[in-house]
Design a protein around this ligand. Structure first.
Ligand code: 5GP
Ligand code: ZN
Length: 112
């Protein structure tokens, strides 16, 4: 599934430019355009899913996703010191309705 109007689908198809840090056939990792930490990378599935719940319901593989998180952390040199977050729904702060995980690291990270 893909949505022509979805900005992250366009980035995932590499029709819109982004600062890519790692990629597989299934996932793309690129730097957030408005970083809120010294390192702030977004991971998206190349396929469109609105959010984590939709992706899980469609059979998304958390094993492959977490292996990719590890690869991304190594690629941007934050292995062993990062935060992994995904916002599900507007109330949780989701602004872009294409599943993405935030990988954030650095001394400017706010606490919860
Ligand atoms: P959310 O609030 O939905 O969890 O996070 C959306 C994130 O996407 C934000 O951190 C925002 O800065 C980032 N973002 C929005 N539009 C773009 C874009 O066109 N390119 C990139 N690289 N990041 C974007
Ligand atoms: Zn999309």
């Amino acid at each position: 599934m893909s949505d022509d109007a979805c900005i992250f689908c366009q980035i995932a198809r590499e029709e819109l430019p982004s600062d890519v840090v790692a990629s597989t056939d299934e996932f793309l990792a690129f730097r957030d355009i408005q970083p809120r930490a010294a390192t702030h990378v977004l991971i998206v599935p190349r396929e469109h899913h609105d959010d984590l719940d939709a992706w899980i319901a469609a059979g998304g593989s958390s094993d492959r996703m977490l292996a990719f998180v590890r690869q991304v952390a190594q690629e941007v040199d934050v292995a062993g010191r990062y935060r992994l977050v995904t916002n599900v729904g507007e109330d949780a702060g989701q602004v872009v309705p294409h599943l993405h995980w935030h990988v954030m690291a650095g001394s400017r990270l706010p606490g919860f």
